[in-house]
Design a protein around this ligand. Sequence first.
Ligand SMILES: [Zn+2]
Ligand SMILES: [Zn+2]
Length: 366
Amino acid sequence: MVQRADQRLEMEELEVPMIGPDEGLLRVEACGLCGSDVDQFRGGTVARGLGSYPMIPGHEPIGVIESIGALAAKRWGVGVGDGVALEPHLSCGACSNCLTGRYHLCRVLRPSGIPAYGYLPMDQGHGLWGGYATHIHMHARTVLHKLPTSLDPKLATMYQAIAGGVRWAVNLPKTSLGDTVLVLGCGQRGLGAVIACREAGVSRIIVTGLARDRFKLNLARALGANHTIVSDQEDTVARVMEITGGRGADVVVDLAPSAPQTVNHALDAVKSGGIVVLAGLKGPRPVAFDTDRVIFKEITLLGAFSQGWQAYEQALKILDENRYDLARLKTHDFALEDASTAIRILAGEVQGEEGICLALHPSSPS
Ligand SMILES: [Zn+2]
Ligand SMILES: [Zn+2]
């Protein structure tokens, strides 16, 4: 499915290219969708100068290695027939960011748009860069994860959502046993954060969402959140203080997209000496907040972009063990042709459809 303009995805037939010794060919089994897909569909990627049409979207693909060069097989440790999940970002492996574990911020590949699957234009190389397709030509700089053989592919497509929760709510803030964690936002990553917090032994999980997201808040509770706050009907900070006996949360994770007020909620609701993780993009408008509060409360502010190796591995383990009945998060599976419908459901534009985690399948989902 090729995006040739804003809000326009069209089925096209392309040649499957020959691969080099350091490359591979992935037969896409499914591709997960997130808020970035909605933004890209509406034209956000091109509007911000981070890519150009035509491109094949899809940055959350899983699939099976159909063919692989000898060098790539050695480097990636996989062979024909192995199931893998791709990390979206391509990395050079040699710059200072790559060599210090921040390969998703690769300095060499970053200046030219987003060097990631789902965002590279089709006029670059062979063009088969996205998960909305039957095949992906795997670049030599691919970072991938082998899927556990027992993992259900329908659950596997949630690897990025769960990995986001793992890194942002647990790994980065070093969340530990007995902590109170406030998760601002109850989308797929907020729910991923709930699951990650349970794995980490968090004693109190508080999740916020809007009244229209009631079904997601209910799911947050079903997954193990102890408290939910309807942030457009209740005073988030007052509720958190009531729940924590006036102390505040140890860790606050802001995952709310384009909602500037949540940054202030985070600073007010975190305890003195607590940690605030910012992972919800607010768009081009700067957010106003009182920096003195950061000083007086000695708050640690952390920015989180992308998931990272460790979180992906942990997420795949959580999905494989499936101790939280994770099929509840997977609301829709669609055939690839229905990509536009899937995106509109995820965006909340289709009446009567409540989407959380969705995936596209090149051949109709069974
Ligand atoms: Zn995504
Ligand atoms: Zn690099």
